[in-house]
Design a protein around this ligand. Structure first.
Ligand code: DGJ
Length: 752
């Protein structure tokens, strides 16, 4: 809903509102962004600078409230009295944009550049600010409980305008905040860091050419003391996959200026008379229900307004991916053996990863070529996919279309298609990026990928990208626009293909990519201990339906840590489940465990993929109205652990529920010489008998069942005692290091 009265604008949804006012001098003031308020509250919110502070520059003599430095603004200029950070920089020129006009539109004008915008109906507020020779359109709208903003700047003069920086949004929020960012690296994505925002600027920025695992574009601002379920928290994100920038800084007067947009590092754009530049759309929300409230609103927004329409709420298949099992070493026979086994274990989609084309037998060659390797796949992709389909599985394929190896037919034919600068090309993973700013490069990718998709019954694509860019400035932005064009041309006519994007794992986990790919490969790190961190921190801003989450072999390729297979499953359930290991090396007990996992996941798939996700003190829960499934995850066990509780959230207080823990098993081999406590005879822990038994025999772990009211389950119920020394007891949870438990909570059904 958008209201306008006497220079005051109100945008409001159930849980948020934005109140703006045009000042007598034409500044666009932000009176409030947060809980829903009324347009009549404008006067109450207006700041009163009184006699002001020293050194103020006034737009109107004698009026302290005309000083742009001390009022809350929704946009500001530079060099004209506001000495806080400006969202717009023109080389060598001050900016002083004042209100010119506004319109309330029924539909968002399409982004002429091809930048993806959130999808959804509703009114849009367009406010035009102007100064001689320059016009700025600011767009505001609310979808769900999320505010969206973007800016379009136009050269209305007759000279060249040199743009050095333009943000998607800027706002001043009263008070002091802490800023939480999600930073990391390859196999260590999404590490959460929180710092106070004081008088020095705190910046969250990526300059690798992509949104990057170094600094995810999403961030949070919270009032000190805010927690998971209480306190005031703001969440921010950007619908963009390239270099991004966000900054927060508190002013002396106690207003915190926040802005987000394309990184200004090396960015420059020349606008000739009549030309415009548009920013990506920025996304922000507010909750007084703590971090959990922000996450819930962001998840709903992503699931309903970002994910491609065809895949909104549509169940995702359990997949098997051959990469960690085979790497480059496969042929049709090996793949079909794996597919058959994967099918038996409950997988529904077989994904052939890297190595199927050109001379790609390692990562040093072949990228850029699309000819199928007939030595590995004599019947071509069609031959393989027909056989996969005959097994009752769907078929998916890996591509890395944005890159080229120098040792490839493509590079030999078109060395000028690689993205380079004036220096010697710099390789990363032996590859260069293709210059997606060139139309002929985009055509090459679109034609080749499309032809393959249409040739072989492919229902899933993994779109990989494995290096940082060296493109700087405007070219970095044009690359991203080129990428969006390519994705649109390939996948718009084929909406039923499930696209999973990947960039060495989570090096491009952002809302821009999610506009095309409903899910993203979170990380090449599939160790569940690491994944708890990665998935939990992604969950602050992204819903679990977007997490590609696979069970892999242990010890893990990335950490050398051994973890229980139950935990690998339990963690991956809270995402889009897949398996990525050599299935021929599984023991019979492991095969049985995986069958149990896929059956359990499919039974509660709707809740796992699309249920409301909540972080608990020791794990996570998902609820879809029919069921709540809670997982709790442990680190290293300590001796003699005390009581442990399960406290779930958002049940109906007075209703009665049944709680049933997932029936988990224990490998006998893990007890070593302690097996003497359960076996009737003493066995050599390294002997053949125990080693054989370990392949086939498991012990049941404690199963907990109870009925309880919603209030009791939310107050917290004690769990079965954990292992506290030597004895096995089938009524305890014989938790190992990195153990986990899963609890299924359903409304009690009354039997007459
Ligand atoms: C990097 C990805 O993150 C992996 O999952 C895998 O697809 C490899 N590339 C293949 O080269």
């Amino acid at each position: 809903m958008i209201e306008y009265k006497n220079g005051i604008f109100l945008l409001r949804s159930e849980n948020i509102s934005l109140l703006l006012r045009v000042s007598p001098q034409g500044l666009l003031e932000q009176l409030h962004f947060g809980a829903p308020v009324d347009i009549e509250d404008a006067q109450a919110f207006a700041l009163q600078p009184g006699i002001g502070w020293g050194s103020m520059v006034l737009l109107e003599e004698g009026k302290t409230e005309s000083c742009p430095d001390v009022v809350g603004l929704a946009w500001s200029g530079s060099g004209r009295g506001d000495y806080r950070e400006s969202p717009l920089e023109l080389s060598g020129v001050s900016t002083d944009l004042r209100y010119q006009s506004h319109r309330i539109l029924d539909a968002m004008p399409p982004a002429a550049s091809g930048l993806p915008l959130a999808a959804g109906e509703g009114q849009i507020l367009e406010i035009t600010l102007a100064q001689p020779g320059l016009q700025l359109q600011l767009y505001f709208r609310i979808l769900g409980d999320v505010l969206l903003r973007r800016a379009v700047v136009s050269n209305t003069g007759d000279g060249t305008v040199r743009l050095g920086k333009i943000m998607s949004m800027m706002m001043d929020l009263p008070g002091s905040y802490e800023m939480t960012t999600f930073d990391g690296s390859w196999i260590a994505e999404m590490r959460k860091h929180t710092v106070p925002v004081l008088d020095s600027r705190v910046v969250n920025e990526s300059v690798t050419g992509f949104s990057s695992h170094r600094h995810n574009p999403g961030f949070l601002l919270s009032m000190p003391g805010a927690g998971e379920d209480h306190g005031r928290v703001y969440g921010f994100n950007l619908i963009y996959s390239g270099n991004h920038y966000a900054a927060a800084q508190r002013s002396f007067q106690g207003l915190t200026r926040v802005m987000q947009g394309i990184s200004p590092a090396e960015f420059s754009r020349e606008l000739q008379p009549g030309e415009s530049f548009e920013t990506p759309e920025a996304v922000m929300t507010f909750s007084d229900r703590g971090f959990g409230g922000v996450s819930e609103q962001m998840h709903h927004f992503v699931n309903h307004h970002i994910i491609p329409a065809y895949w909104q709420g549509r169940m995702r298949p359990v997949l098997y991916n051959d990469w960690e099992g085979c790497m480059f070493d496969f042929n049709q026979h090996r793949l079909l053996g794996l597919a058959k086994k994967a099918r038996e274990l409950g997988c529904e989609l077989f994904v052939l990863d890297d190595g199927w084309f050109g001379n790609r037998n390692s990562d040093t060659a072949g990228l850029g070529d699309y000819t199928v390797n007939k030595k590995k796949l004599p019947g071509g992709l069609r031959g393989l996919s027909d056989r996969i389909h005959a097994l009752g599985m769907e078929f998916g394929l890996w591509f890395e279309p944005e890159s080229v190896n120098m040792d490839s037919d493509l590079y030999r034919a078109h060395p000028d298609w690689a993205l380079t600068d004036q220096f010697q090309p710099l390789l990363s993973r032996h590859q260069l990026l293709l210059d997606l700013t060139k139309p002929q490069v985009r055509d090459y990718i679109v034609e080749n990928v499309s032809a393959i998709l249409d040739s072989a019954g492919i229902s899933y694509v993994k779109w990989d990208m494995n290096r940082h860019s060296i493109a700087l400035g405007a070219k970095a932005h044009d690359y991203i626009l080129g990428l969006y064009e390519v994705l649109r041309r390939i996948f718009d006519p084929r909406p039923q293909i499930l696209l999973e994007s990947c960039a060495s794992g989570g090096n491009r986990f952002d809302l821009g990519m999610l506009c095309f790919s409903p899910q993203i490969w979170c990380s090449d790190d599939t160790d569940p201990v690491e994944r708890v961190t990665i998935q939990e921190n992604l969950s602050y801003l992204y819903p679990q339906s977007t997490f590609g989450a696979h069970v892999s072999a242990a010890p893990h390729a990335q950490t050398l840590r051994s973890t229980p297979l139950t935990t690998r499953g339990n963690v991956s359930f809270f995402g889009v489940l897949g398996y990525e290991l050599d299935l021929n090396h599984l023991l019979p007990v492991e095969e049985k465990e995986i069958k149990t996992q896929t059956a359990l996941y499919k039974r509660w798939r709707k809740a796992f993929q699309f249920g409301t996700f909540r972080r608990l003190e020791n794990g996570w829960q998902v609820s879809d109205g029919r069921v709540t499934v809670a997982g709790i995850f442990h680190g290293q066990r300590s001796a003699a652990p005390g009581y442990e509780y399960l406290r779930v959230k958002a049940l109906e207080p007075g209703k009665r529920y049944t709680l049933h823990s997932r029936e988990q098993t224990l490998r006998v081999g893990q007890f070593g010489s302690l097996v003497k406590h359960v076996a009737p005879v003493e066995l050599n822990p390294n002997g053949i008998v125990l080693r054989t038994a370990d392949r086939f025999v498991t012990l049941p772990d404690g199963v907990q069942t109870c009925t309880a009211s919603g209030n009791a389950l939310m107050a917290g119920i004690p769990l079965l005692p954990a292992f506290r020394g030597t004895g096995y007891d089938k009524n305890q949870r014989t938790q190992l290091d990195f153990g986990s438990n899963l609890y299924i909570i359903e409304e009690e059904t009354k039997h007459e």
